[in-house]
Write a protein that binds this ligand. Structure first.
Ligand code: MF3
Ligand code: CO
Length: 266
């Protein structure tokens, strides 16, 4: 069931989204070569708590036998790690790395979900292009996050754009509705046919999240039950925001005003 949020719920979604935006502002300023992914996770968790939110990923249980509940406030996936990397005191971030962070803030019963891929010091041109394309894929997608379109239009726009840039989208994971639950209907694949899927309506809140691989689309799961890596060892990037469907342009709930101003989006 796709939930339509009322005015009060929309206000709470905005608040949860703002927390996530501020967490990323903090991480962007603090990420440095030599840090561990554990330290980065701690910074995110503290920032989130200081803003009155709970890290919703911590303890999150996908309900699959043998997969332990997720142990941290963030997923941190470095270079060829695609998503769900578990922060570790043994994992040092190096100059030239690309670091994807995905986190969910739960505040007053509502969730905000976003992901960013950060650069550490100077990165290769190829790495930067992958990050730029992944971000742009989100913006290609939300051109269709409007009343009158269907979920498949968002999926198709993302997949078509990524492919046109010579990259691959991950097929095994997808975006999703979000609200009182972190994962709600509908699922939002990053590829697919236009004109298919649920009709988009005002009051829906959607987490749209292209996961892009520089090489082949195939992925592997590590023995920790969580970390997803590229099979061919190529780099991966992730970009996600929670968006509110309105009667006009979608409202991006997980970007700061400054982040929006820098890109001139609403
Ligand atoms: N935040 C992720 C998403 O974008 C979910 C991560 S799984 C978790 O949907 F266990 F870490 F929460
Ligand atoms: Co998500």
């Amino acid at each position: 069931m796709i939930t339509i949020k009322n005015k009060k719920e929309i206000e709470l979604m905005r608040e949860a989204g703002k927390v996530v935006a501020l967490v990323y502002e903090e991480l962007k300023n603090k990420i440095k070569p030599g840090m561990t992914t554990y330290e980065l996770d701690q910074i995110a968790e503290e920032k989130m708590k200081s803003l009155g939110a709970i890290p919703a990923e911590k303890g999150y249980d996908i309900g699959v036998k043998g997969v332990p509940p997720y142990p941290a406030a963030t997923c941190i996936s470095v270079n060829d790690e695609v998503i769900h990397g578990i922060p570790s005191k043994n994992k040092i971030i190096h100059e030239g790395d690309i670091v994807s962070v995905d986190t969910v803030a739960l505040k007053n019963g509502y969730n905000g979900d976003a992901a960013r891929t950060f650069t550490v010091g100077k990165v290769s041109k190829d790495a930067q292009r992958l990050i730029d394309v992944t971000k742009q894929a989100f913006f290609e997608g939300i051109k269709y996050a409007k009343v009158g379109y269907r979920i498949g239009d968002i999926s198709n726009a993302i997949g078509t754009y990524v492919q046109s840039q010579g990259y691959s989208v991950v097929r095994e994971f997808q975006g999703h509705g979000i609200g009182a639950d972190m994962h709600e209907d509908p699922g939002i694949p990053n590829y697919g046919k236009a004109g298919r899927g649920a009709r988009i309506e005002a009051g829906m809140t959607l987490a749209i999240e292209p996961m892009v691989i520089a090489g082949k689309p195939d992925i592997l799961e590590l023995d920790d039950g969580w970390t997803i890596i590229t099979e061919d060892g190529s780099l991966a990037a992730h970009y996600e925001n929670t968006v509110l469907i309105t009667d006009g342009e979608p409202e991006i709930l997980t970007m700061t005003k400054q982040e929006k101003a820098e890109m001139k989006v609403k």
